[in-house]
Ligand binder design. Structure first.
Ligand code: FES
Ligand code: FES
Length: 161
């Protein structure tokens, strides 16, 4: 198939890519741009490891083509920090020991951040529903829920931009 030139805006920076139009967004991010924080788990839109944000909303990047993301703002886990300081949700994950393997954590953090973008007033049920598309095979969900709850309640400071 003929390759296509497209521009993806990732973490505030434009990347020009010359790729097959069938390239998945997760492939473009990892293999062409080189941002490997976004993980590739199941490829069947089940595990959530590939979750990133498009225009602030959580999206499983194995479920969209890279060409569909052109013209939108993509944020990966690498883009959450500001001036080298981690985002509150990242501090919350560290503080609560909410990651283990590091494979599911980036996608979980991106789903959590998208949830916080929608509302900072979250019930436990809303938090659980917000991350239900992300699978942690070690079932460490309680600490993840605690971390999101803490971040929602403003326990962790924003970095200054
Ligand atoms: S790799 Fe996308 S949901 Fe599993
Ligand atoms: S901590 Fe990643 S799968 Fe459980």
């Amino acid at each position: 198939m003929e390759k296509k030139l497209l521009t993806l805006n990732v973490n505030g920076q434009d990347y020009e890519l010359y790729i097959n139009p069938k390239t998945l967004l997760v492939e473009a991010i990892r293999d062409h741009i080189g941002l490997t924080g976004t993980k590739r788990g199941c490829d069947t839109v089940s595990c959530g490891a590939c979750t990133l944000m498009i225009d602030g909303m959580a999206i499983k990047s194995c479920s969209v083509l890279a060409v569909q993301a052109e013209g939108h703002q993509i944020t990966t886990v690498e883009g959450l920090e500001v001036n080298g300081e981690l985002a509150p949700i990242q501090k919350a994950f560290i503080d609560n020991g909410s990651y283990q393997c590091g494979f599911c954590a980036p996608g979980m953090i991106m789903s959590a951040q998208a949830l916080l973008n929608e509302s900072k007033s979250l019930t436990e049920r809303e938090i659980k529903e917000g991350i239900e598309g992300n699978i942690c095979r070690c079932t460490g969900y309680n600490s993840i829920v605690r971390a999101i709850d803490g971040a929602a309640k403003g326990k962790y400071t924003e970095a200054k931009s």
